[in-house]
Design a binder for this molecule. Structure first.
Ligand code: ATP
Ligand code: MG
Length: 215
């Protein structure tokens, strides 16, 4: 099935448009940054807010770096882009980090005059209907789904078709330059002494080595 690369149904160009990029960011890498930048430009977003998860509900039982380290790496990676910001909202909220709570937090902060889009990779988006209060979430904001190497587009389109039945907003798929980079692979590389240069910003690599992460 052909991927939909749609922008037209995604709202009014006069209002402020904000993207929320959720993730564990352990560590943040160029896959995340390219995705955010491509989506920002394509959807004329005024701002992309990176939201490192406090306790990712889908990664329970998996050891992750401290919120402070993940926040610091996300700030370091985004500092040179004037359209990027980092939020501590999920890190500072007790309990599992659910997208519905995060979107409502920003809705309250920005008011109804701002369009909010949740940005997610294809692997996360196929699970969307299993997220907490998924049907309410789909009514709260638009979803922009980035292609990711290794993710089947047929399965993605089937799941998104189902999600669209519950959505009052756009659910768009955007093709981003394929970067087969994952945080899991970066952690493994550091553990095995393999290079991670050019997979993520140099200042994030420096931070990883300085803090002795993933050894
Ligand atoms: P991990 O391997 O630990 O799961 P990850 O590389 O998948 O890490 P996450 O923090 O889980 O990174 O991802 C945050 C968001 O970014 C998710 O929506 C994910 O789908 C998306 N994403 C991550 N890497 C890429 C990539 N290379 N291309 C497109 N989207 C990506
Ligand atoms: Mg992931």
């Amino acid at each position: 099935m052909q991927l939909r690369d749609a922008i037209a149904p995604c709202g009014n160009s006069d209002v402020r448009r904000v993207g929320l990029m959720g993730g564990t960011f352990d560590p943040i890498h160029y896959g995340h940054l390219v995705t955010a930048e491509v989506v920002r430009a394509k959807f004329s977003l005024d701002l992309v807010i990176f939201v490192p998860a406090g306790i990712p509900p889908h990664k329970r039982g998996i050891k992750i770096s401290s919120g402070t380290d993940r926040y610091m790496m996300t700030v370091l990676a985004t500092v040179t882009n004037p359209h990027f910001e980092v939020s501590r909202t999920e890190l500072d909220r007790p309990g599992p980090s659910y997208a519905i709570d995060t979107v409502r937090h920003f809705r309250k902060e920005f008011g109804t005059e701002t369009e909010i889009f949740f940005i997610t990779g294809a692997d996360a988006a196929v699970e969307i209907l299993t997220w907490k209060d998924a049907k309410d979430l789909l009514k709260e904001c638009g979803f922009i789904v980035a292609t990711r190497p290794g993710c089947s587009t047929g399965e993605l389109e089937r799941r998104l078709q189902e999600a669209r039945l519950h959505s009052a907003h756009c659910i768009c798929v955007v093709e981003v330059p394929a970067l087969a980079i994952s945080s899991t692979d970066i952690r493994r590389r550091v553990g095995q002494g393999e290079p991670i240069r050019y997979l993520l910003p140099q200042n994030v690599e420096n931070y990883i080595h300085k803090r002795g992460l993933y050894r």
